[in-house]
Design a protein around this ligand. Structure first.
Ligand code: PEP
Ligand code: MG
Length: 538
């Protein structure tokens, strides 16, 4: 055993685990672009064969996997078998490129449509992973993940793709990645599966396979060590003592998600992302298509308020038909509500579809706009939404500018919903897609907690309800802090609902306040979390 060695990063989850490190080989590097020496016919044949190989390989994995894993793998297979992909690759082959270059170029075209936020970012990672698998086959690169059959195993990797996390068996008790951030795919999956993880760990790949490693997710710390005496990998359980101290809602993006959410204890939807319907197409969805989707969500969503967010495109989720054009800094450009300044039809059609869905289903809708930066924008949006007969109107708090003028929203909006993913990005001037700055995006950053505290005080003073729908809400301990700060509802992906509800039902309002006050005194994310944990009643 080597001397005690510590690694730090961003912890996902609040429990600890110990296992034997299993380091995944770094991903093969994609070859540089090259023209074909073999001719278009041969390149087409090579590509078809490589795709068939990967399809077969993944189908086999899917046939042996549990239901959830098989579903993920089948969704990936559908992407790979999409004829549009081969058609696009064929265009590049006909232009003289080899099969490796052509498949990567075709995938890049698809990913440009999807890149941008966590929801679609996950699908970007899926596509890049698939493309690399095909390239690996074409170039005979060795790339496989064969996990040990017996555990406990702590998987160490540069980063993990959905196809890799899908193969995790029960032997995996912990995860450490060099890349990723608090909202990365790895973090989301590990949180969903209750696997303690530490992401954005500098130097993680130097951990040797076979070493014992203690993963303390709540500290964001991994230590090479023997198994501590009396240690067991039990996950923390919080007994419920009453009603939740904040309402627990769910985040959805489709009717399917709403169906899955209805299986949980969530009370309503805190964020329905409407983007999915607008992506991967050449023109905006019609009024009828939108009405159908929104009605479907209203019919399936669990009882409670359902909050729809109007289109949050632009930035890295370009929709060519919006006519935004190329921007130097798209995340600071025409995105979210700002699209209304170049095309009012998009928002008007959405609001009309929401009003029709409300009429059709007899269930009221609430609506909010993303990326609101000024009182003027909030006022215009609220007026526009109400003119369609929507009664409950809010805005997202994602920009620092709106945080300091919340008192002026009195009588204009009914609620605000804090998007902690973007609020962190803009508050800390740290790109949420860049794992190099991930530590600034840790939701336990004291400046973020203080900002949320101020939002609650200011909004409450003028009768505006505050919710949180960013990824921070999915951290159960943090959800208690948020409730203690004055947040009335937290909203998260379906798999995180049960644990958040356990935590929120395990404390009284006064106890949640004490946990929040303790967290606010922390000077670092680690300190804030440690103080919150210490203040949490047993
Ligand atoms: C957020 O920014 O926190 C949020 C919920 O919106 P999205 O992640 O879709 O940008
Ligand atoms: Mg956002």
């Amino acid at each position: 055993m080597s001397e005690l060695k510590r690694f730090t990063g961003i912890g996902v989850g609040d429990s600890s685990t110990w296992g034997i490190a299993y380091v995944l080989a770094p991903r093969p590097k994609a070859p540089v672009e090259a023209k074909s020496k073999l001719g278009a016919d041969t390149e087409s044949k090579r590509l078809q064969e490589a795709i068939s190989f990967v399809v077969e390989q993944m189908s086999e994995t899917a046939s042996k996997a549990d239901e959830t894993t098989a579903d993920i793998l089948h969704a990936l297979l559908a992407m790979l078998e999409d004829p549009a992909l081969v058609e696009e690759a064929s265009v590049h082959i006909q232009q003289g490129w080899d099969a490796e270059t052509s498949i990567q170029r075709a995938m890049n075209g698809f990913t440009e449509l999807l890149a941008g936020d966590d929801l679609f970012g996950e699908r970007v990672a899926d596509l890049q992973d698939l493309s690399l698998r095909v390239v690996a086959k074409l170039t005979n690169l060795q790339w496989s993940m064969t996990l040990p059959k017996v555990g406990p195993v702590v998987v160490v990797a540069e980063d993990l793709s959905p196809a890799e996390t899908a193969q995790f068996t029960d032997v995996v008790v912990g995860v450490i990645t060099e890349g990723g951030g608090p909202t990365s795919h790895t973090a989301i999956i590990c949180r969903q599966r209750n696997i303690p993880a530490i992401v954005a760990v500098s130097g993680a790949m130097s951990i040797p396979t076979g070493e014992g490693v203690l993963v303390e997710a709540f500290k964001g710390e991994a230590t090479l060590s023997e198994k501590p005496g009396n240690f067991d990998n039990q996950k923390t359980q919080r007994p419920r003592i009453g009603e939740p101290v904040a309402e627990v809602k769910g985040n959805v993006g489709s009717v399917q998600d709403a169906i899955a959410l209805a299986e949980t204890e969530a009370t309503g939807v805190g964020l329905m992302r409407t983007e999915l319907l607008f992506l991967s197409r050449s023109s905006a969805p019609s009024l009828e298509e939108q009405t159908e989707l929104y009605s479907g969500v209203l019919k399936e969503a669990p009882e409670g308020e359902v909050i729809f967010r109007t289109l949050d495109a632009g930035s890295d989720k370009p929709l060519p038909y919006l006519g935004i054009g190329k921007e130097e800094n798209p995340s600071l450009g025409v995105r979210g509500y700002r699209i209304n300044s170049i095309d009012e039809d998009i928002l008007n059609t959405q609001l009309k579809a929401l009003a029709l869905a409300q009429e059709k289903t007899g269930r009221p809708v609430s609506v909010m706009a993303p990326m609101i930066a000024t009182v003027e924008e909030a006022t215009a949006f609220a007026k526009q939404a109400r003119s369609f007969g929507i009664q409950t109107v809010g805005v997202m708090v994602e920009t620092p500018s709106i945080c300091v003028v919340l008192d002026q929203l009195q009588g204009i909006v009914d609620f605000v919903s804090i998007g902690t993913n973007d609020l962190s990005q803009y508050l800390f001037a740290a790109d949420r897609q860049n794992s190099g700055v991930a530590t600034l995006l840790n939701p336990w950053q004291p400046a973020l907690l203080k900002t949320i505290s101020r939002i609650c005080v200011d909004a409450q003073a003028v009768g505006i309800k505050v919710g949180v729908c960013g990824e921070a809400a999915a951290d159960p301990l943090l959800s208690v802090v948020l409730a203690g700060l004055g947040v009335k509802s937290v909203s998260m992906a379906a798999p995180a609902v049960a644990k958040a509800k356990d935590y929120l039902c395990s404390v009284t309002k006064d106890q949640a306040k004490a946990v929040a006050e303790a967290a606010l005194t922390g000077k670092t994310p680690f300190e804030a979390k440690e103080l919150a944990l210490a203040a949490l009643p047993n």
